[in-house]
Design a protein around this ligand. Sequence first.
Ligand SMILES: Cc1cc2nc3c(=O)[nH]c(=O)nc-3n(C[C@H](O)[C@H](O)[C@H](O)COP(=O)(O)O)c2cc1C
Length: 358
Amino acid sequence: MWPNRRIIDLFKTEFPIVLAPMAGVMDADLVIAATQGGALGSLPCAMISVEKAREQINIIRQRVAAPINLNFFCHQPVDPGAGREAGWKARLAPYYSELGLDPAAPIAAANRAPFDEAFCALIEALKPEIVSFHFGLPDQALLRRVKAAGSLVMSSATIVKEAIWLEENGADVIIAQGAEAGGHRGMFLTDNIAEQPGTFALVPQVVDAVKVPVIAAGGIADGRGIAAAFALGASGVQIGSAYLRCPESKVIPAARVALAQARDDSTVITNVMTGRPARGIANRVMREVGPISPDVPNFPHAATALGPLKAAAEKLGKVDFTNLWAGQAVRMGREMPAAELTRALAGAALARLSQMAG
Ligand SMILES: Cc1cc2nc3c(=O)[nH]c(=O)nc-3n(C[C@H](O)[C@H](O)[C@H](O)COP(=O)(O)O)c2cc1C
């Protein structure tokens, strides 16, 4: 028995496990597989168009009759920053020449658009059971419409102040994202990475500070981690990195090699890939230009000039310029179908919890 049923009762899933949305490395296939295993599947929409999202949701709805979570970024769109884009291009110029690329050729802008009117209309039309946001919440008018569509709203907090703000501003569930987590820090009321608590310190403090259910995220990759999250007061877990090696993810082969070889000390928090801090396996550009650089263009514009380098290096089987987002427990991820992995995670957690109770 799960010691706390708040998330299971609210989401109506078999297990209190959320497959983390992971923009750029997954689509409907991983959502369907994790859902079939009993988790809440999350479709990341930050890097896809409204039309693509509609198509993906239709595919999921055709295959599984279970609740679904749609995930969006909700940052304030900003300019790259005065002179920053040119400076960034100049900093990356040696890599352009090494790969035989023309630095003057036009480049497609990085594609991480915030939640907007068009996505809100999609939610009103398709009524996902759950909608989650990263980097805070959208403005109140849009949020009211999401709630009026009947969707429960979740968002990530990286410090207690953010959790309290999210609850006061309408979040129904809070994801406490510890510093171990892979991908972007969901931080929005602080920009100080050094302040970010780990999952073990963050979860109980968030649980004490808010009334809504709390989902723990960051560094959870097996039954022990899930049991620990419940011991800390969480009502569920959100797991990303542990699912990356599943055959249903869209991780490219060269990145799969990096994931398989990663150890506990392979990841860093970097801002050079997109302009916002995110945790990933350290690659060449993170090491040589970062991991933190004061010169990067604002989010997501740092990714623009990296785009051609990423594409050219990937053609050579290299991940020197690829976002290898992953958390500190990445090494514990297993290469197995996501439905099977979900059931194994839940089974191991329940066994560990009953062992602890006895
Ligand atoms: C490859 C990758 C991509 C991610 N992309 C997103 C995203 O699009 N939206 C989001 O809310 N969180 C994203 N995250 C963060 C996850 O929601 C979650 O906080 C994290 O995976 C938990 O830590 P773990 O990776 O140690 O399990 C991403 C994480 C990873 C590993």
